[in-house]
Design a protein around this ligand. Structure first.
Ligand SMILES: Nc1ncnc2c1ncn2[C@@H]1O[C@H](COP(=O)(O)OP(=O)(O)O)[C@@H](O)[C@H]1O
Ligand SMILES: [Mg+2]
Length: 386
């Protein structure tokens, strides 16, 4: 049993909620007031710059998702209040200071939604799903990055059919390569000179991930960054939640009981590191022959049971399909090469559910209007600090 979350846990989780306009988390911006936890109910007062602000819904739903993902919390009551002019000025001062310091801990825009695809063990289809979900998002019109966080077990380059090599730009940042319209970074794309090989051999896995987030010139306009996780619950998962507090997780499992148990461990770990679980995808759910005979090779119901246990939606059931395998081997993801195949349709439907549950950050503004106003007022603005 995991201990029930405390007020401190709620506050820590709220650091993962980013104000879509100011690009800083709502705790740092002083928007979180009065957090109380009573039994399974957390009550949070959120002060917004303007109560009628268009991104209010998004902040509210992000807060609820983050908080109800905590162990022992089943309900989050959010009260929205409007800031006083003084509070708004303080908030803008924080936002300004941040902009001035400009030392972002990572090169990933805080407005980019981060979807980590994880599972308890290898071989359940994390990489196949990461690649196909990312490409399906791109086909739906989103700007998408794909980070292969399986540092030694990388398989993303082959699945996308790319043998390009990562290179550095003039600022000595690594530039992602482009494949199937998405931006990709993987250890499999590094130049294999002795020097880089040596450099990477010495790195801890969490350090490697850190480097991929810090030293890669990720497109600031990415709507989604999909992260293909290594199997299990290790360093990399901890590092991801620390470096990108906006991360959320999609858990992959097979219909098998055993797989479901190990997947539950990943979900538990995700929650303890304040990473909400968006939902479960059951992969390898049965096989249908061309003649229409159906075989449940790995059993039935594992995905649904896991989703119920975690209190999250089952995002989809992706059947076993040789086209997923050949697509992966040939670098032509099934959602592109065979968009009508049942496997591709299941993946695309799961992608739509994810986008519904974790919509791209709004660029509609209300604090931005204030920022413009404050800029026009220059340093005479109340609360502006030198
Ligand atoms: N739905 C599926 N149908 C058939 N084969 C699949 C399916 N999903 C994954 N595979 C295959 O299973 C193997 C493991 O998948 P992979 O995505 O590499 O898993 P992981 O990243 O979890 O280790 C690969 O050969 C892949 O082609
Ligand atoms: Mg993999």
């Amino acid at each position: 049993m995991t201990a029930a979350a405390t007020r401190q846990d709620v506050e820590a989780a709220l650091r993962g909620v980013v104000d879509p306009e100011l690009g800083a988390d709502i705790v740092e911006l002083g928007m979180v007031r009065n957090v109380t936890v009573q039994g399974p109910v957390a009550t949070i007062d959120i002060a917004l710059t303007i109560a009628a602000c268009p991104m209010r819904d998004q902040i509210e739903s992000d807060v609820k998702r983050k908080v109800t993902a905590l162990p022992g919390i089943s309900e989050a009551v959010v009260h929205v209040v409007a800031m006083t002019p003084e509070q708004r000025a303080d908030l803008m001062a924080v936002a300004r200071r941040r902009a001035r310091e400009g030392a972002a801990p990572t090169m990933v825009n805080p407005l980019t939604r981060v979807i980590a695809v994880g599972s308890g063990k290898g071989g359940v289809g994390k990489s196949s799903l990461s690649v196909n979900l990312a490409v399906a998002m791109q086909l739906a019109g989103f700007r998408v990055g794909l980070l292969d966080a399986d540092i030694w077990g990388f398989s993303v380059p082959r699945m996308l059919g790319t043998s390009d090599r990562l290179e550095a730009n003039a600022d000595r940042k690594i530039v992602p390569i482009e494949a199937h319209g998405i931006q990709v970074v993987s250890t499999g794309l590094l130049v294999e000179t002795e020097e880089t090989a040596l450099m990477w051999r010495g790195l801890m896995l969490s350090k490697a991930l850190e480097q991929f987030l810090r030293d890669v010139a990720w497109d600031p306009d990415l709507d989604y960054l999909v992260v293909d996780m290594p199997p299990g619950t290790g360093d990399v998962q901890m590092a991801l939640s620390r470096l990108l507090p906006q991360s959320e997780m999609v858990v992959v499992t097979t219909p098998q009981k055993a797989a479901q148990k190990v997947a539950a461990r990943v979900a538990d770990m995700a929650r303890r590191s304040y990473m909400p679980v968006v939902g479960v995808i059951e992969n390898m759910s049965g096989f249908t022959t061309e003649a229409g005979d159906h075989y449940d090779l790995f059993g039935v119901g594992g995905g649904e049971e896991l989703a119920n246990d975690l209190g999250v939606p089952l995002l989809g059931r992706v059947p076993l399909d040789p086209l997923v395998v050949s697509g992966g081997d040939d670098g032509s993801p099934v959602v592109v090469a065979h968009a009508d195949a049942p496997s591709a349709r299941a993946i695309t439907a799961a992608m739509r559910r994810i986008v519904e549950l974790v919509p791209p950050a709004e660029d509609e503004t209300c604090t931005a209007r204030i920022a413009v106003l404050m800029a026009a007022l220059g340093d005479q603005a109340p609360g502006a600090r030198p």
